[in-house]
Design a protein around this ligand. Structure first.
Ligand SMILES: [Zn+2]
Length: 389
């Protein structure tokens, strides 16, 4: 009933006079017709081909074929009154349970609740949009995409110059994977980069609040918003931020994100962010000839001003909207660099692997490097002071 109440408010508020005969309050919502359309869609996405009646956007099937989306399961659950109240007159929102897999890249299907926007009733009911309501919204259901394939990478791209950008991204992803493989054996079959048209579409894809990713170039996260180990994890780009990077910086970002994919960082539990972020930058910057004073310029400037830090960077220092985010990443990178210098790269790898597998930092530091956390902080502080001096 909540749906009917919210919808009445929408009709009352709209400028066109509602026709009391053809559109009595709440009559817009037609779950039975929606369930039937969704059932047809499920069949069609399993065997894409020309549909006789267009009851959803054409690009659904084009994208499914181009990407190789398999294992699609879709089921209508319920209407969403809150989201419906924000839509144009004549539209309403429903929630579907969706599972899907990119056949070439994802080892297991993703599964999540997704909002779908409907228009019309009965036999005329159509799907006119996907997304909103704080739920994830797969990019391939939101908009036509261009697809490019690399050796071990797949790029799915929307917006301007999508074809060219897709080709660039798969190249960067292949290079990133090559760099990662020089250091560790990735727990991944392939890398998927998804690039929405703009930051608003990125936030809609991930089901996050507007503004969440404005300042972020890229994020590696499960496509279905779950935190279950094994959930398909892709790299999502914020095209404006990522596009503003010089080629070398863009490659560092991609290699950093590929490291996250390869190590399962997005679903790791209770691993401090200084380690996941510092390790990803360690891999990304490993072959770089950028001098450390430049690669760590922001943290060095901070140390000149405030002295050496007395604790390892906290998780809060990596929150997307935090000021001095750049300095936090550099600080974390320096911790990993200090560890690699202390015990060798293989010791850093071993330490990282053990903590990712659930071991706690303190005892593992002792076991692998023979130092306490306080000693690590002191070594790291000394290095930062040296660089700042
Ligand atoms: Zn990262």
């Amino acid at each position: 009933m909540a749906g009917a109440v919210a919808l009445a408010a929408v009709l009352a508020g709209c400028s066109e006079e509602p026709d009391p005969v053809s559109a009595p309050q709440g009559s817009l919502i037609d779950p039975a017709a929606a369930a039937s359309v969704i059932a047809d869609l499920a069949v069609e996405l399993g065997e894409p081909g020309p549909a006789e009646v267009a009851r959803w956007p054409d690009y659904f099937e084009t994208n499914v074929e181009a990407i190789g989306v398999s294992d699609v399961g879709i089921r209508f659950l319920v209407d969403d009154a809150e989201l419906s109240a924000t839509l144009a007159p004549g539209q309403w929102a429903g929630v579907v349970d969706l599972s899907w897999r990119f056949a070439d890249a994802d080892r297991a299907p993703a599964q999540g609740e997704v909002s779908m926007i409907f228009s019309g009733r009965g036999d005329d009911l159509r799907i006119v949009g996907v997304g909103g309501g704080g739920r994830v919204a797969p990019l391939w259901l939101q908009t036509p995409v261009e697809v490019a394939r690399g050796k071990h990478a797949l790029a799915v791209v929307a917006g301007a110059d999508a074809k060219t950008r897709a080709a660039t991204y798969v190249h960067q992803a292949d290079l990133g994977l090559r760099a990662v493989r020089e250091v560790l054996r990735p727990a991944t079959q392939g890398v998927v980069i998804e690039a929405p048209a703009d930051v608003a579409q990125l936030e809609r894809t991930l089901g996050t609040d507007p503004g969440s990713y404005r300042g972020i170039a890229a994020v590696t996260t499960p496509v279905d918003g779950s935190t279950a180990p094994g959930a398909p994890t892709h790299i999502f780009l914020n095209p404006a931020q990522f596009g503003s990077l010089a080629p070398r910086g863009a490659q560092v970002v991609i290699t950093h994100e590929v490291t996250h994919v390869a190590t399962g960082a997005a679903t790791a539990v209770a691993v401090p962010l200084w380690l996941t972020e510092g390790f990803a930058d360690y891999v990304a910057l490993r072959g770089s000839d950028v001098p450390v004073t430049r690669a760590a310029a922001q943290i060095i400037a901070q140390v000149r001003k405030n002295g050496a830090p007395t604790t390892l960077p906290s998780d809060a220092e990596f929150a997307a909207r935090t000021a001095k985010l750049g300095a936090s990443y550099e600080a974390a990178w320096m911790v990993c660099t200090v560890l690699a210098d202390r015990g060798g790269e293989s010791a850093l790898l071993q330490f990282h692997q053990r903590v990712m597998a659930g071991a706690s930092v303190g005892p593992t530091l002792r076991k692998v490097f023979g130092i306490s956390e306080a000693e690590l902080v002191a070594l790291w502080g000394e290095r930062l002071l040296e660089l700042a001096g």
